[in-house]
Write a protein that binds this ligand. Structure first.
Ligand SMILES: NC(=O)c1ccc[n+]([C@@H]2O[C@H](COP(=O)([O-])OP(=O)(O)OC[C@H]3O[C@@H](n4cnc5c(N)ncnc54)[C@H](O)[C@@H]3O)[C@@H](O)[C@H]2O)c1
Length: 433
C-alpha cells in the first residue's frame, strides 16, 4: 500500500500545509540502485580524543572522498574519548558541521568497547550511545546516525561500507559492535557472495523475497524455501533469480535433515525469515495461536540451526541471520506470542554466536525490522498503520529491501567480526528505542 502522506509532503502545498500544522515531515529516502551505488557527496573525517585507529585506508576504499560540497558522510572517530572533556570534543567536532550534512546523509560515530576497569572511560563511551540516539531523533531530512564500537579498522570495513552507503537508508540509532581479527575481503565487493549458496526461509514473497533478490544480486545461488502451498510463488522467485525452489514447511520435525539432503554440497548463508503473526490479547489467546507462532518463529529456527550446524551443512565462514522484530524488543499489545518468539530469537543469537564462531566458524546475528511496507502491514487498520509508519525518526515505513540490505551486510564474507548482534531496521522506531 503506497504511503500517500509521504507523496503528499513532497508537493509544495503538502510541504506548506504539514509544516503549518506541525505534522511529520518525512524525507524521501535515497536508496541503493545500480545507477546509484554510493552517497551523493563527499566524506568528512573528524576525530575527538587521541586515536590509534588506522582509519584512512579503509575510508579511502569506500570510494567516498573529501570535498568542498556539503558532506554526505561524516565519520567521527571518538574511540579515544575517555572522559567528560573528551565528550566536549565530540560536541566541538560535530556542532559546526551537522547542519551542513546532505539530505539522506550519514553520520557514523566510532567508539571503543567499554573498559570494565575504568568507569570514566565507560561513562564517556556509554555517553556516545545517548548522543547518537538523540542526534538521530533530531537530525531529520532522511539522515541517519549510528555508532560502531571497534578496535581495529580493517575488521569493520564491511560495516563501514554498509553504514556509509545508500544501502543503510532505514538503519538509524543503532549501536553495532565489531570484534577485532582477520576478516576475508571478497575478490569483488560488488559480488561478495559469488560461489556461495544461501537459503532463505519464507522467500516466496514479502521481506524474504527481497532478501533472496539482494543475495542473488550479491552473487549467491539462492534456495527459495517456502511452504508447499506457496510452491508456485517460490518457483517463480527462484526462476527469476537463477536459484532453486524448496517446498518445505519449516516446522516439520525433520526440516533440518531435509534441507541438508537438498544441499549435499553444503550451505554458506542461512536466513531464518519465515514468520507468522496470530494476534490476540493473552486473555483471549487459545493455546493453538500461541504454539503455532512459537513453532514457526522460534522452535523451527532453533531446530534447523542445530541440525545444520551439528551436521556440518553450514560450512566454515558461514553466516546465520535470523529475523527478530521490534515487537520482541519493545513488546506490543496483542502480541504476547509473537513478542515472546521474537525476543527468543535475540536470546538465541546472543548465546549461540560465540560458540558457533569458535566451533564452526559461523557467525550468528539477527535483524529486527520495525514497520516495513508489506502485505502483512497493509492489512493493519488505517490508524494503527499510520501510527506505525510515522512513529520513527524518519517518519515513514521501511521497505523490504531495507531489511534485505542489512541482511546482506551481515551475510557478507567480510563481516566475520560482526557476531551476536541484533540490528534494528526500523528508522529508529520510538518503540523500545
Ligand atoms: N512486515 C513487517 O513489518 C515486519 C516487522 C517485523 C518483523 N517482521 C518479520 O519479518 C519476516 C518476514 O515478514 P513478511 O512481512 O515478509 O511476512 P509475509 O507473511 O509476507 O511472508 C512470510 C513468508 O513466510 C512463509 N512461511 C510462513 N510459515 C512458514 C513455514 N512454516 N515454513 C516455511 N515458510 C513459511 C510464508 O508462506 C510467507 O511466504 C517474519 O519473520 C516477520 O515476523 C516483519
Amino acid at each position: 500500500m503506497a504511503d500517500r502522506y509521504l507523496s503528499f509532503t513532497t508537493t509544495a502545498p503538502g510541504r506548506f500545509l504539514t509544516r503549518r500544522l506541525g505534522l511529520p515531515q518525512p524525507a524521501p529516502l535515497s536508496r541503493w540502485s545500480p545507477g546509484h551505488p554510493a552517497l551523493d557527496g563527499p566524506l568528512l573525517h573528524l576525530t575527538a580524543g587521541k586515536t590509534d585507529l588506522d582509519l584512512a585506508p579503509v575510508l579511502a576504499r569506500t570510494g567516498l572522498v573529501p570535498g568542498d560540497r556539503a558532506p554526505a558522510a561524516v565519520v567521527l572517530d571518538a574511540t579515544g574519548v575517555r572522559d567528560v572533556e573528551g565528550l566536549g570534543e565530540v560536541h566541538a567536532a560535530l556542532h559546526p558541521v551537522v547542519r551542513s550534512v546532505a539530505a539522506s546523509g550519514r553520520v557514523v560515530v566510532l567508539g571503543s568497547p567499554l573498559d570494565p576497569g575504568d568507569h570514566h572511560q565507560s561513562a564517556a563511551q556509554q555517553a556516545l550511545e545517548g548522543f547518537v540516539r538523540s542526534l538521530g531523533k533530531e537530525i531529520g531530512r532522511g539522515r541517519t546516525v549510528n555508532l560502531v564500537r571497534l578496535t581495529d579498522a580493517p575488521a569493520a570495513e564491511s560495516t563501514l561500507r554498509f553504514l556509509l552507503s545508500p544501502r543503510s537508508a532505514y538503519v538509524s540509532g543503532q549501536v553495532v559492535q565489531v570484534a577485532s581479527g582477520d576478516v576475508t575481503a571478497p575478490g569483488d565487493w560488488d559480488r561478495p557472495l559469488a560461489g556461495r549458496t544461501a537459503l532463505v526461509t519464507g522467500a516466496a514473497r514479502g521481506i524474504g523475497e527481497a532478501v533472496a533478490e539482494t543475495l542473488a544480486r550479491d552473487g549467491a545461488h539462492v534456495v527459495v524455501l517456502d511452504i508447499p502451498a506457496a510452491e508456485d510463488d517460490a518457483r517463480r522467485v527462484a526462476g527469476r533469480l537463477g536459484g532453486t525452489a524448496l517446498a518445505l514447511d519449516i516446522t516439520a520435525a525433520d526440516a533440518g535433515e531435509r534441507i541438508a539432503a537438498a544441499l549435499p554440497d553444503g550451505l554458506d548463508v542461512l536466513i531464518h525469515n519465515a514468520g507468522i503473526t496470530r494476534d490476540r490479547r493473552l486473555v483471549n489467546m487459545p493455546a493453538e495461536r500461541w504454539s503455532s507462532v512459537m513453532e514457526v518463529n522460534l522452535a523451527s529456527v532453533l531446530r534447523t540451526t542445530d541440525a545444520l550446524l551439528s551436521g556440518g551443512t553450514l560450512r566454515p565462514g558461514g553466516r546465520i541471520v535470523a529475523t527478530a522484530s521490534i515487537a520482541g524488543l519493545a513488546g506490543n499489545a496483542g502480541q504476547t506470542n509473537y513478542g515472546a518468539s521474537k525476543a527468543g530469537i535475540a536470546g538465541l543469537v546472543r548465546s549461540l554466536a560465540p560458540r558457533a564462531l569458535s566451533v564452526h566458524g559461523v557467525t550468528v546475528n539477527a535483524v529486527a525490522p520495525g514497520f516495513i511496507e508489506t502485505k502483512m502491514t497493509a492489512a493493519v487498520p488505517l490508524f494503527i498503520r499510520e501510527a506505525g509508519r510515522r512513529m520513527n525518526s524518519l517518519a515513514q515505513g521501511g521497505l523490504p529491501v531495507d531489511v534485505a540490505e542489512t541482511t546482506a551486510w551481515l551475510a557478507h564474507p567480510a563481516s566475520g567480526a560482526v557476531n551476536g548482534q541484533v540490528v534494528r531496521v526500523c528508522g529508529q522506531s520510538l518503540l523500545g528505542a
